[in-house]
Every structure is written in structure tokens, then in C-alpha cells.
Design a protein around this ligand. Structure first.
Ligand code: SF4
Length: 253
């Protein structure tokens, strides 16, 4: 007998929590984070457990770091009720809902159904590895922000599909979008030049964020190397920022 498909009104989530965005251009903005399972990449430095789980960890109360285990799948109605409650408890506190992973674009069918409802509560911010342009195109009308990663070969240990990233960025710039790339001490300057050149070829106004890799709870790149990277990027793209991950310093999730 065929296994019935999970209806689009419910899904398996990894986590729902309330925190400050710790990376990129919206650093410091309070968000509701929905973490979705699975990823299509296999980055060497990945420290995000994204395998599907039996339970979804829901932070309750928000910001407490205390987690309740809710059995998966979770219904859309339950997620909407939770976010509505959090917004009422802290009026004006939340900037947006962050879809994070894993890779959220692996759940396009589900998000097409969920986002119109979630977006009635807060704007939608997508964190993505920037490699699934077809899926992004489907969701574009439902997104407010796209935080697009480009994983460099020196960091991810994988080949970078530059053409795919280019196609993705050509679509992503239809939203408020920026590009983020993680750099390490070992990153060759040529990779920085390549990523800055790609962003510039698609969108000279888009901000490129260079994010030093976090090692032992510190930025794992020397100041001299960071300035060299910034210089190489800024020679090709006007808007370049160097922003470290801040969760670690702030003790946030
Ligand atoms: S894209 Fe992100 S979640 Fe996926 S393997 Fe790379 S670092 Fe991990």
C-alpha cells in the first residue's frame, strides 16, 4: 500500500526559536527562526546538524534557550499561533521570520503554501546557499530578503558552481538581497576576486559581506588578511563589508 504523502499543512521542522540575527547585513535584528531539515551541499566546515529529527525543538518562552520537544510533523496552524503569540508578547520586537537550514529551498512546495500565511505576520528572510535558482524563482514573490551564501572552494572543500550562483543572484536581486561569503586565513585572494567579480557582473549595487570563519569562538582570520581581502573585493565591488558571526560573542543561539 503506498505511503500517504505528508499534506502541505504540516511538516517536519528541526527548530523554532527567537534570537538576534548573528550574521550579514541584518545583524542584530530580532527574528523568529524556522530551521528546516536537509541540505544539498556537504561543506567541510559545516557545524549545522540538518538531518531530519523525530521532534522539533521549540524555544519556550522565546529567548529563554529552554526547548520543548514537539513531535514532528508540526502543523502550519501551530506555527502561526506560536509566532502570533510571540509578536503579541513583544510588540515591535521582531523584524522578520528567518527561514534557515540546512537548505530551505529544498522545501519549495511546502513554502509556497506556508509563506503567504507566515508573511501576514512578519516579512520573510531566506538564508540560502544560493545554488537552487529554479526553486528560488518559484518563491520570489513571497520573499522580502535573501541572504545568499557563496561557498568558496578553500573553505567548503567542494567545487563552487560559479555559473549556478550567477543565475541565482540574477533572480535574488529582485528582493532585498546581499551576498555573504565565509573566508579563512587560507583563502586565496583569487577566490575573493572571483566572488566580488561575480557579484559586480550581476549587480554593482549589491552588498558583499566577507565573514571571517569562527574558530574556537573567535574570528579565525588575522586582521591583516581580512584587510587584504576587503581591499581585493572593494576593487571590484562598491559595497563590501567585513562582518563576523556575532552569536558566539553574545552567547546567542
Ligand atoms: S550549505 Fe550550510 S547547511 Fe549545507 S552543508 Fe554547507 S554549511 Fe552546512
Amino acid at each position: 500500500m503506498p505511503v500517504p504523502a505528508t499534506p502541505l499543512t504540516e511538516t517536519a521542522l528541526l527548530e523554532i526559536f527567537s534570537s538576534l540575527q548573528g550574521e550579514g547585513l541584518l545583524v542584530g535584528c530580532r527574528q523568529v527562526f524556522l530551521r528546516l531539515p536537509n541540505c544539498n551541499l556537504d561543506c567541510r566546515y559545516c557545524d549545522t546538524p540538518f538531518a531530519p529529527t523525530a521532534d522539533c525543538l521549540v524555544e519556550d518562552p522565546p529567548g529563554s534557550r529552554e526547548r520543548q520537544h514537539l513531535e514532528n510533523p508540526i502543523a502550519l496552524e501551530a506555527v502561526l499561533a506560536l509566532i502570533k503569540k510571540w509578536c503579541l508578547q513583544a510588540p515591535g520586537a521582531y523584524h522578520s521570520i528567518s527561514l534557515t537550514g540546512g537548505e530551505p529551498l529544498l522545501h519549495t512546495d511546502l513554502l509556497q503554501h506556508w509563506l503567504p500565511h507566515l508573511r501576514q505576520l512578519l516579512p520573510i528572510y531566506l538564508e540560502t546557499n544560493g545554488t537552487l535558482p529554479t526553486q528560488l524563482e518559484t518563491l520570489l514573490p513571497l520573499l522580502d530578503w535573501v541572504s545568499m551564501d557563496i561557498k568558496l572552494p578553500s573553505m567548503s572543500g567542494q567545487q563552487t558552481d560559479w555559473q549556478l550562483h550567477k543565475e541565482f543572484l540574477q533572480l535574488a536581486v529582485q528582493t532585498a538581497c546581499y551576498v555573504k561569503t565565509v573566508v579563512g586565513e587560507e583563502t586565496p585572494v583569487a577566490e575573493i576576486e572571483k566572488v566580488a567579480g561575480l557579484v559586480n557582473a550581476v549587480s554593482p549595487e549589491t552588498t558583499l559581506v566577507l565573514q571571517p570563519v569562527t574558530r574556537k569562538a573567535k574570528a579565525g582570520v588575522s586582521a591583516g588578511r581580512l584587510l587584504l581581502f576587503q581591499q581585493a573585493a572593494a576593487a571590484r565591488q562598491k559595497n563590501v563589508r567585513v562582518i563576523p558571526q556575532t552569536h558566539v560573542f553574545l552567547g546567542l543561539m
